[in-house]
Design a protein around this ligand. Structure first.
Ligand SMILES: Nc1ncnc2c1ncn2[C@@H]1O[C@H](COP(=O)(O)OP(=O)(O)OP(=O)(O)O)[C@@H](O)[C@H]1O
Ligand SMILES: [Mg+2]
Length: 253
C-alpha cells in the first residue's frame, strides 16, 4: 500500500456573486511511497498549492479522494481535522509562518503543546533533531532576530518534531538566498535519507533535481513524471530542464 494516494482529484473554486468558476485541478491521480522524495513542478497557476492544500486537509477537493496511510481524509470529522493534521503531517511554508512573539524554541514546540505533550518529551525530541538542523545556538532567539535560512530551518524543525508521516513543503526555498536555499536542500536530502517522506512543490529546477521523482502538473492534470533513478543531481537537472522546455512549448510526451 502506498503512503499517499491521490485519486481523481478535481477542484473547482466558486467565485462569489455567481462569477465564473475556476477549475484549478481537473483529474489528478498519483501515489507516493513511504520514504520517497517527490517534487511537484508546474507553471504559476497550474494548481500546485491547491493540490498540496487538499493533501494537507487545509482545503477540500470538489471530487476525488486522498488516502494517507490507509486513512481517507474525507472520513476525518471536521472537528478532528486540526488534530489529524498535527499528528500526521508536517507543513513547511514559503514564508516560514513562525509566530514573531515566541522564540524559535516555542515555535518548534507549538504542535506538541497543542497535542498536550509533556515538556520532558518535547525537550527530548528537540534535542534529537536540533543538531542535524544546526539550530541549537539560536533556539532562544525570536524569528525577527535570525536570518531567512535560520527561520526556515526552525520551520523544518517544527514540521519534523511530531514525527509526521509526510512532510509537505510549498516553495520552501522560495524566500531564501541561494546559499540558504542550498543548505535547506541539503537538509531535506538528509532528512529523507533517514526515511522521512517528503512532497515538495517548487519552481526551482535545482531544488527539484534533489528529489527521487518529479511530477509535472499542467492545466490541472499530471502531465508527466520523471524518476531520478541512478542519475546524478546534474543529470536530473538536465532531464527536468528538458521537460520544462517541452511543457512551455505545449508539447506532449
Ligand atoms: N481561493 C481561491 N479562489 C479562487 N481561485 C483560486 C483560489 N486559489 C487559487 N485559485 C486559482 O486556482 C488556480 C491554481 O492556483 P494555485 O495557487 O494552486 O497555483 P500554483 O500552481 O500554486 O501557482 P504558483 O506557482 O503561482 O504558486 C489559479 O488559476 C488560481 O487563480
Ligand atoms: Mg503556489
Amino acid at each position: 500500500m502506498s503512503l499517499l494516494e491521490a485519486k481523481n482529484i478535481r477542484k473547482v473554486y466558486k467565485t462569489r456573486f455567481g462569477g465564473a468558476s475556476v477549475e484549478a485541478l481537473k483529474n489528478v491521480s498519483f501515489t507516493v511511497e513511504k520514504g520517497e522524495y517527490v517534487a511537484i513542478m508546474g507553471e504559476s497557476g497550474s494548481g500546485k498549492t491547491t493540490l498540496l492544500n487538499i493533501i494537507a486537509a487545509l482545503d477540500k477537493a470538489t471530487e476525488g479522494t486522498v488516502i494517507l496511510d490507509g486513512m481517507d481524509l474525507a472520513k476525518v470529522r471536521d472537528r478532528d481535522i486540526a488534530g489529524f493534521r498535527r499528528d500526521n503531517l508536517g507543513y513547511v511554508f514559503q514564508d516560514f509562518n513562525l509566530l514573531d512573539t515566541f522564540p524559535l524554541e516555542d515555535n518548534i514546540y507549538l504542535p506538541l503543546v497543542l497535542a498536550g505533550r509533556k515538556p520532558d518529551e518535547m525537550q527530548e525530541r528537540l534535542g534529537r533533531i536540533a543538531p542535524s538542523l544546526g539550530i541549537e545556538d539560536i533556539l532562544k532567539k525570536y524569528p525577527y532576530e535570525v536570518s531567512g535560512g535560520q527561520k526556515q530551518r526552525a520551520a523544518v524543525a517544527r514540521a519534523l518534531i511530531t514525527d509526521p508521516r509526510i512532510i509537505l513543503a510549498d516553495e520552501p526555498t522560495g524566500a531564501l538566498d541561494s546559499k540558504s536555499s542550498d543548505e535547506l536542500l541539503e537538509l531535506f536530502k538528509k532528512v529523507n535519507q533517514t526515511g522521512q517522506t517528503i512532497l515538495m512543490v517548487t519552481h526551482s529546477t535545482k531544488a527539484a533535481s534533489n528529489a527521487s521523482r518529479v511530477l509535472f502538473i499542467k492545466d490541472g492534470t499530471i502531465f508527466h513524471q520523471i524518476y531520478k533513478g541512478d542519475c546524478s543531481d546534474n543529470q536530473m537537472y538536465q532531464k527536468i530542464s528538458d521537460t520544462l522546455t517541452l511543457l512551455a512549448q505545449g508539447g506532449e510526451q
